[in-house]
Design a protein around this ligand. Sequence first.
Ligand code: SF4
Length: 302
Amino acid sequence: MLAGPMNSFDQAVSVVYDALSAIRTNASGPLPRADRAALERLASAPEAAGAPAPAPEAKLPSRSQPEPQPAPIPVRADASAKPAAPEPAAEPSQSQAERLEALRQRFAECGKCPNLAGTRTHVVFGVGNPEARLMFVGEAPGADEDREGEPFVGRAGQLLTKIIQAMGYERSDVYIANVLKCRPDMPPGETGNRKPRPDEMATCLPYLIEQIEIIRPRCLVALGATAMEGLLGEPAVMRQVRGRWHKFRDIPLMATYHPAYLLRNQSMAEKRKVWEDMLLVLEKLGDPISAKQRGYFLPKSQ
Ligand code: SF4
């Protein structure tokens, strides 16, 4: 995980880290859980969910500071599961794209969730700019994403692309991933998509954390209450958590409604809420906001 040659301190920490990792790998019991010209056509609706305040924030080093050794990432133990391949040491010369590709390959055959590994078509890794300043995080792949192997490619994904474009970016400028990399399995005979369970998201979260640590975005956006729950480990009520900043491993985190919610709820008021959240993101990134952008979805009289 280190980007440069290790000094003696790094080596010492690495030895301790490896020893702890070995102890954890050998543990038999379960381990603790860590851590958008066309906007007028934006579709719209908030999600339900219920609950308390966000979990305490973990820390991620800033780009300008020396990187301390990351805390061991808790992985849910499952004796019957096929583990992902061991993490190789990153070469100092490896680009973020190369490190992401290595991570993708390492988890390509992941079987930590036998029920999901047995029914998925693809492990839906993520898509976008490996050096993105802005990263969107959804909850899990749906049927379209499982078939295509790419997150947010269905109707909700098309709406997300419009939101991104309304912000002044292209889809390829940002990075898009889900907390859960495999489509939640459905009961026999049933179609559609189901919400991922907290334990499923907790099992896959270390995978997302590694993506975030490689990309190091300046802002994260959680799309929907379930994604927020997957990141922070506690249930979230969207109307309570959206519109203000949270943190995930020291990275500013904004929560907003999932695009699928906007597809179900076409009201201008709900569209405006999402857009206000995106204006906050633009401000946080220090990117210019036009008067036209500020006025999206406001009543004509304002
Ligand atoms: S959901 Fe994540 S942890 Fe579970 S099998 Fe898929 S890649 Fe592995």
